[in-house]
Design a protein around this ligand. Structure first.
Ligand SMILES: Nc1nc2c(ncn2[C@@H]2O[C@H](COP(=O)(O)OP(=O)(O)O)[C@@H](O)[C@H]2O)c(=O)[nH]1
Ligand SMILES: [Mg+2]
Length: 217
């Protein structure tokens, strides 16, 4: 089910700040809303990463995600160099990894502007399948930013591939790579933030603020 939109993205298309706004508290900064998808094989840790990022919790029990779950988290994104800041509301769709759901995936992907592709460090095939996840997503959403997360970095002793092998896959996908653990929390915030910044800089690149041009930025 689509989340109820509290604000439309269009409302914020012209969200560049005047100098006065740039100095205002973050709560008054404009909000940009983006839908992103969690992708990857079953049991790689998609739901756990979302739970860690949104609710700061980890649970050892494996509860298979049925269909899709949608959660939100608003985060601050600032570009100190250009005095631009905004609040980014991430609408995170956690998609069930089951292959049998292939035929309804396009419904989940629709209108997404980015994705986190998750693999499990202890299962090699989850890395081999990452390009397939990326392709099925980009076939629907186009060349939008993706980040590759190698999850379960706390289980390095049981690793079935190396970081440099993962980096090669990330490069092939044009994605940043993060070695993360939903269990320890390592790099979870950084992975989501990295995608968030890419989503917002897309908006930044598409327009320029008159107040910044005045400054010769
Ligand atoms: N050790 C460890 N286990 C994890 C980690 N992330 C998830 N898990 C476990 O892996 C299993 C599958 O996780 P889940 O988030 O449900 O995977 P999903 O099917 O991709 O959503 C669960 O038992 C989790 O507790 C992690 O970073 N480290
Ligand atoms: Mg799940």
């Amino acid at each position: 089910m689509a989340p109820e939109k509290e604000e439309s993205v269009e409302e914020f298309i012209d969200w560049f700040l005047t100098e006065e706004e740039a100095e205002a508290p973050l709560e008054r900064a404009p909000t940009v809303m983006k839908k992103i998808c969690m992708l990857g094989d079953p049991a790689v840790g998609k739901t756990s990463l979302v739970a860690r990022f949104v609710f700061s919790v980890f649970d050892d029990k494996y509860i298979e995600t049925i269909g899709a779950k949608v959660v939100k988290r608003t985060m601050a994104v600032e570009r100190v160099a250009t005095v631009q800041r905004c609040r980014l509301k991430l609408i995170i769709w956690d998609i069930a990894g089951q292959r049998t759901l292939d035929f309804i995936k396009p419904t989940y992907y629709r209108d997404a502007e980015g994705a986190l592709i998750v693999t499990d460090l202890t299962r090699r095939e989850t890395l081999s399948n990452a390009p397939r996840w990326c392709k099925s997503f980009r076939d629907v959403c186009g060349e939008v930013p993706v980040v590759l997360i190698v999850n379960k970095s706390d289980l390095r002793a049981h690793a079935q591939y190396t970081e440099s092998e993962a980096r090669a896959v990330a490069q092939e996908l044009g994605a940043r790579l993060f070695m993360s653990s939903a269990k320890s929390g390592e790099n979870v915030e950084s992975a989501f933030s990295s995608l968030g910044r890419e989503l917002v800089s897309g908006v930044l690149r598409s327009q320029r603020a008159p107040s910044l041009e005045k400054r010769g930025c």
